[in-house]
Design a protein around this ligand. Structure first.
Ligand SMILES: C[S@@+](CC[C@H](N)C(=O)[O-])C[C@H]1O[C@@H](n2cnc3c(N)ncnc32)[C@H](O)[C@@H]1O
Length: 202
């Protein structure tokens, strides 16, 4: 486990530990996490999710679209207790896992679960986050209607980020969105994450 985690999660460190434990046991048993991922949950999944924190203003409402087993929404909610988080996930097996997990962690008062596809959910949020959801060309159509007029979309991406932005030029123009490819870290000593930030054009 990376030593910086105590600093990153502060008082919520016991809870993020508990979440990783749930992912590595129930998450693997129920097929939400691949058995090989269990060994690299901290590096590959938790720190990558937590990296979004610095891009989100205090007290924002946040929607995690296609949350799966709770990534990035649960690590973000634990790192940032000021956020009001909604995890949007259409599959029953996954949304049941999410409901059980936020109840076990005692964070159900600030993390809500919505079982729905993004396109069927009518609500707006200050920030819409997504990780491993879909290429930007498709992600924009799903996430943009959930964004408040002055809100942003933060998509965690890998090395394909710049190519995905180029491929989505038409969708970005139609939605009047500006795209920036950013590298962010949850702590100076850990690997950076690549994020595409989509915000309203000035
Ligand atoms: C590859 S998983 C990624 C899960 C998680 N975000 C992560 O990083 O591990 C994609 C998730 O998006 C969900 N999904 C697919 N289409 C969706 C849609 N139209 N609206 C919301 N979620 C969707 C799937 O059910 C799945 O849980």
């Amino acid at each position: 486990m990376p030593s910086q985690l105590r600093e990153i999660f502060g008082a919520e460190f016991p809870l993020i530990n508990r979440y990783v434990d749930i992912l590595a046991t129930t998450g693997v048993e129920r097929g939400l996490i691949g058995p090989r991922e269990a060994e690299r949950l901290w590096d590959r999944h938790i720190l990558n999710s937590a990296a979004l924190s610095g891009l989100i203003a205090a007290n924002s409402t946040v929607a995690d679209v296609g949350s799966g087993a709770g990534l990035p929404g649960i690590p973000l909610a634990l790192r940032r207790p000021d956020l009001r988080m909604t995890l949007i996930e259409p599959l029953l097996r996954r949304s049941t896992f999410l409901t059980e997990t936020v109840t076990t962690l005692g964070i159900a008062d600030r993390v809500q679960i919505v079982r729905s596809r993004a396109e069927d959910h009518q609500h707006s949020y200050d920030v819409v986050v997504a990780r491993a959801l879909a290429p930007l060309v498709r992600l924009i159509g799903w996430c943009n209607p959930l964004r408040a007029a002055d809100g942003v979309i933060l998509a965690l991406k890998g090395s394909s980020a710049a190519d995905e932005v180029a491929a989505a030029e038409r969708q970005l123009r139609a939605a009047r969105l500006k795209a920036e490819v950013l590298t962010v870290r949850p702590h100076p000593d850990v690997e950076p994450a690549t994020v595409v930030r989509l915000s309203p054009q000035a």
